[in-house]
Design a protein around this ligand. Structure first.
Ligand SMILES: C[S@@+](CC[C@H](N)C(=O)[O-])C[C@H]1O[C@@H](n2cnc3c(N)ncnc32)[C@H](O)[C@@H]1O
Length: 368
């Protein structure tokens, strides 16, 4: 029997429990019915059985590389989260294999804030410990990723898997997931989390540069991780490891929208981040500009409600680039005090409520 904790319906239930009243049992039943009809729904949205309700959208059928909502992948990070890559919906329809981004970047070095020494912070125990306080990816992410893996066997490579926020829920939906990460702390954390021992899931300790890419993979996923890798080395290797209709999917961010304390977060981040080289960047633009990636489609998931206690929200910052407790030392407690004071006025019974989205860009690695 598969892992019930991460089977789709169980996931909906667990989500509902976390949300309390926002997602009633009846609501979940309707949502499950919608799933069977191939509709993606937003928990917490009232809907009537039998009809496709407002708030539910048709999802791409498995095996069909359909662009649901194409968006230009220009990046303008919000003030409150320099690392959370929130994309703004625009205008263009991304056509098959269209390259977007600026040309002539082939020789440009990677942005300094993405140097390997900063990526290495995910080996810190405190970062792995804080990681489960990050919000989960919306369920729609897994529906889309499963639909992108078309060739049989539906083997997926999750590069820079961390604690398996993608790999664990995806494992029951595909034939196999190879989850690769260089951080022993992140891998150990992932093994102990729900579905960490799923029979389809194989944890592998290696960097993306060291990994030997035993082809073929129907889908390679890099979720909030490709920015840490050596693009010139890794992208061509991914390209060679893909099956004939295989694709690379970048989950370029999960983030909250319309955060009321956004404007006041920036100065706090600037004052306390240990990554003094960080500057906003556009991952997809960096890759396409170097001729390393051709975009096929881009989708932003429908917003879903998410709530967490103030303390968990504050802790989640210590799972981020520049906020490792080991590296911040005594300043970590100072940061916590200031962040708590900033967000507490927005809490209800000490809980913060958000609307959560994720962005997925998929396409084909190029030779560069
Ligand atoms: C922000 S976490 C993302 C983890 C997971 N994919 C997720 O979505 O939650 C970034 C991960 O990239 C990993 N990483 C850093 N450098 C890497 C490299 N060169 N090759 C593979 N993974 C790397 C880190 O160890 C960390 O687990």
């Amino acid at each position: 029997m598969g892992c019930m904790r991460c089977a789709p319906d169980a996931e909906v239930e667990a989500y509902g429990q976390r949300l309390g009243d926002a997602c009633s049992e009846a609501d979940m039943m309707v949502r499950q019915r919608c799933r069977r009809r191939g509709w993606a729904c937003t928990p917490g949205v009232r809907r009537r059985p039998g009809r496709r309700p407002a708030g539910c959208r048709a999802i791409p059928p498995t095996g069909a590389a359909r662009i649901v909502r194409a968006r230009a992948v220009t990046q303008e990070p919000k003030d409150y989260e320099r690392e959370a890559r929130i994309f703004y919906p625009v205008i263009i329809q991304v056509t098959h294999h269209q390259k977007i981004g600026s040309a002539g970047m082939d020789m440009a070095p990677k942005p300094k804030g993405l140097a390997p020494e900063y990526g290495a912070q995910f080996r810190d125990e405190s970062v792995a410990d804080a990681y489960p306080t990050r919000p989960p990816y919306p369920t729609e992410v897994f529906d889309v990723l499963a639909g992108l893996a078309r060739d049989e066997p539906r083997t997926v490579l999750d590069l820079g898997c961390g604690t398996g926020d993608i790999a664990r829920p995806l494992a029951p939906r595909v034939s196999r997931v190879d989850a690769v990460d260089p951080s022993p702390a992140m891998l150990a954390g992932g093994r102990a989390l729900p579905c960490g021992d799923h029979p389809h899931l194989h944890w592998i300790r290696a960097s993306a540069e060291e990994f030997d890419y035993p082809a073929p993979f129907a889908l390679v996923v890099a979720a909030e991780s490709l920015h840490w890798m050596d693009w010139g080395v890794v992208l061509p290797r991914i390209g060679r490891a893909l099956s004939p209709r295989g694709r690379l999917a970048l989950v370029v961010g999960r983030g909250f929208i319309d955060v009321p304390w956004a404007a006041n977060l920036r100065p706090l981040i600037d004052a306390y981040s240990t990554n003094r080289d960080f500057a906003p960047y556009d991952l997809v633009g960096e890759l396409t500009g170097r001729g390393l990636f051709a975009v096929e489609g881009h989708l932003q998931t429908a917003p879903v409600p998410f709530a967490q206690p103030v303390a968990a929200y504050v802790e989640s910052w210590h799972s981020r680039n520049g906020f490792s407790r080991e590296r911040m030392g005594a300043r970590a407690a100072e940061f916590d005090t200031q962040l708590t004071a900033l967000v507490r006025p927005f809490a209800v019974a000490d809980w913060l409520s958000f609307r959560l989205v994720a962005d997925i860009v998929w396409g084909h690695p190029q030779r560069g």
